[in-house]
Design a protein around this ligand. Sequence first.
Ligand SMILES: Cc1cc2nc3c(=O)[nH]c(=O)nc-3n(C[C@H](O)[C@H](O)[C@H](O)COP(=O)(O)O)c2cc1C
Length: 221
Amino acid sequence: MVNKNGISLVILATKVVKNKLGFLSKLFGTQEPQQEEEKTMTKLNIGIILGSTREGRVSPQVGAWVKELADKRGDANYTIIDIAEYKLPLLGEAGGDASGAAAWSEIIAKQDGFVFIVQEYNHSITGALKNALDYLREEWNNKAAGIVSYGSVGGARATEHLRGILSELLVAHVRVHPALSLFTDFENGTDFKPAAVQADSVNQMLDQVIPWTTALNTIRK
Ligand SMILES: Cc1cc2nc3c(=O)[nH]c(=O)nc-3n(C[C@H](O)[C@H](O)[C@H](O)COP(=O)(O)O)c2cc1C
C-alpha cells in the first residue's frame, strides 16, 4: 500500500528520470529525437477535388477559396485536383481515350485525405465526379474527407448522395459540412462572394478532417 504522498513521489521520480533520459538521448544522438523530427517533417497530403468539369463552372473559385483558408492553417499540403485535367471517358467506354487514368490513379494514391468541392446537379453529384470516383478503389480506401457543397439549398442533396458513395469506398466523411447558397454566397449565381461565417465552417470541417486523416494513416502504413 502506498499513500497519496507516496504515489506523488513515485510520479515525480518517474518524470525526473524521463526528462534525464530525454536529455541524454538528445546529447548522444539516439533514435528518439530523430523519430520525433521525422514525425513533424511528414506533412499530410490533402487533395481538394473539383467535382465539376463543365465550361463556365464556378468550382475553381470555390476550390481556390478553400485552399487559401486551408494553407493558412499550415497543417497539411493542400493541392487542387481538377478532374477536367485528366482524360477520363466514361468508365469502360468502348474506344474511349482513357490516357489520363494512370495519372488519376497516381494523384489520388498520393493523398492522405480529401476535400470534395461538390455542386448539385439534379439533386445529386455531377456525372464527372461519380465517374472519377468509380475509376479507382484502393486509392480511396481508408482515407478521410470533408465536403464543401453549393446549390440552391447548399448542395445538401448532392452531399447526401456523395456520403453514400464515399462509405462504399471506405472514405470516412466528417460531419461538419460547409454548405454554400447559390443565392447568398454568389452574386448572380456565378461570382463567388461567401458570407463571412462560411470561412469558420471550412475551418471547423478541416478540424475534423485532419485528425481522422492522421488516424487512418496508421492503418494504411
Ligand atoms: C445539369 C444541371 C443540373 C442542376 N440541378 C440542380 C439541382 O438539382 N439543384 C440545385 O440546387 N442546383 C442545380 N443546378 C445548379 C448548379 O448547382 C449551379 O449551376 C452550379 O453553379 C453548378 O456548379 P458548377 O458551376 O461548378 O458546374 C444544376 C445545374 C446543372 C448544370
